[in-house]
Structures are given as structure tokens and as C-alpha cells.
Ligand binder design. Sequence first.
Ligand SMILES: [Zn+2]
Length: 103
Amino acid sequence: MLIPCFACESRFHPDEYFRACHDYHRGKDLVAWTCPRCGNQDELRVFPGELGFGYARRGRFDVSDRVRVPGLRRRRQDLRLDISLDEDVWRVSTRTRQLVGAH
Ligand SMILES: [Zn+2]
């Protein structure tokens, strides 16, 4: 099972893909991802069993593309999102620059 970059169409094994995730935005429930191949930055939402890609619009995130990742699980922690698949867990820390009270 491989996960694509929508910019350069490279495909990644889950471990390589999720290690490139960074900056979990708790308010928006989005994870930032930077492609190790082309450097494109994307935002995505982790769902149980799939990843959601789309566009931020008027303060909300509209999912337009979904990539199925069977067995994918997520758990929100205080300052991070834990993404797990089978025996592996990737911890994505919350952005430290988040503005308190901003909407
Ligand atoms: Zn790419």
C-alpha cells in the first residue's frame, strides 16, 4: 500500500510518508506534510482508515480527495496527534506558534 504526493506523484510507503508529517494543528485537526522528493507542502486530515486531502476555505477544511489506508488509526493527545498503523506509531507535535484565542 503506497500513499501518493499530489504534486509530483511519487508514492511512499507509510513509514516514509508519516515520518514526513509535522505540525499538527489541533484547532483545524490538520497535519502538515512536506514531500521528501519535491518539497511540496500539503495539509491533510487523518481519519480512521483513510487520509483526507482538500482545501482550507473560510476557516474550515473541505475534503475533496481521500486515500484509503486500511488499519490506520489516530489518537489526539494534548500536544500531538498519534498516527498508528499495525505496530507502528508516528507522533506529530502540535505547532508551537498557535495563537491563543485566534479564529
Ligand atoms: Zn512530491
